[in-house]
Design a protein around this ligand. Structure first.
Ligand code: PMP
Length: 287
């Protein structure tokens, strides 16, 4: 069965899914995106993702390419046409196609594309043994709260991590505070057992998985605080992990050359991952 993509109003086979060379997303990274997890055919945290998409569009003054109800329909149609059980839907909206010129074009309609792809649960080895992260300077712009397709620093950071044999790179400010991963939010558990992640602000993308995890931690009575933490504090943490729609909760057991905890996924991380899997499982097939 061939994969199907959605391109500006049409469902096309993946290989034929093309946009114009003067799409401003292509030329200026003038666009935003969302990645929504699909679990057992159901969209996980659909509404918060669509709320964040609206917010990103508003912040960049790009008109909504489609209203919420039909957008939900297209996402479901993508799941159906791609026979997706476990996977993800990728949504990208740009300011549209116009002659290349920096100012916003007049009378240009925003463009909307969607792709879908299969994706399994994180491997057991990864959730039991954890992964390594590398710390790198945060060289991004001052509006990381917008889910913009302008991801070059993130791409370069992730590549550095992979070349060093690490799963992710944690980006660090000049005063040594961890902002977030290149495609994940960063968390630690202090020696006193307090769960910590950076507060939302312009320096990080406010992850939907992050928000869900905070709610799940509250339900479990886990003490939690939103505040910046340094690389040194992270290296002395009892546990560490990253979250995102596609990496769920992935335990971090090494930061640079320092082993975290006993080098295996910590008990709080395991508890939260189980709670998250139950949450994802409760999304149910999309109707
Ligand atoms: N930070 C960045 C920079 C990201 O790209 C992502 C993933 N899109 C996240 C955090 C995690 O966000 P979410 O939980 O919504 O996937």
């Amino acid at each position: 069965m061939s994969r199907i993509a959605y391109v500006n109003g049409r469902y096309v086979t993946h290989g034929d899914a093309v946009v114009h060379v003067e799409d401003r997303g292509y030329q200026f990274a003038d666009g935003v995106y969302e990645v929504v997890l699909v679990h057992h055919g159901g969209l996980v945290d659909e509404e918060p993702h669509l709320d964040r998409l609206d917010r990103s569009l508003r912040e960049l003054r790009i008109d909504q390419p489609m209203r919420r109800a039909p957008l939900r329909q297209v996402m479901r149609e993508m799941i159906r046409r791609n026979r997706l059980g476990d996977g993800m839907v990728y949504i990208q909206a740009t300011r549209g196609v116009a002659r290349r010129d920096h100012p916003f074009p007049a009378n240009t309609r925003p463009a909307l594309v969607m792709t879908a792809r299969r994706l399994g649960l994180p491997a057991l080895a990864q959730t039991e043994e954890g992964v390594a992260v590398l710390t790198i300077p945060d060289i991004r712009w001052a509006r990381c709260d917008i889910k913009s397709v302008s991801l070059l620093p993130n791409v370069l950071g992730k590549q550095r991590a992979r070349e060093a044999g690490a799963y992710e790179a944690w980006q660090v400010t000049t005063d040594d505070f961890v902002t977030e991963g290149t495609s994940t939010n960063a968390w630690i558990v202090t020696p006193a057992g307090e769960l910590v992640t950076r507060h939302p602000g312009n320096e990080i993308l406010s992850g939907i998985t992050r928000a869900t995890m905070i709610a799940l931690a509250a339900e479990q009575g886990i003490s939690f605080v939103e505040r910046p933490f340094t690389v040194a504090e992270a290296k002395g943490a009892r546990e560490a992990f990253v979250t995102s729609a596609t990496s769920f909760l992935t335990p971090v057991t090494q930061i640079d050359d320092v082993v975290i905890g006993n080098g295996k996924a910590g008990s709080l991380s395991v508890r939260l991952l189980d709670a998250y899997l139950a949450h994802a499982g409760s999304s149910g097939p999309s109707s």
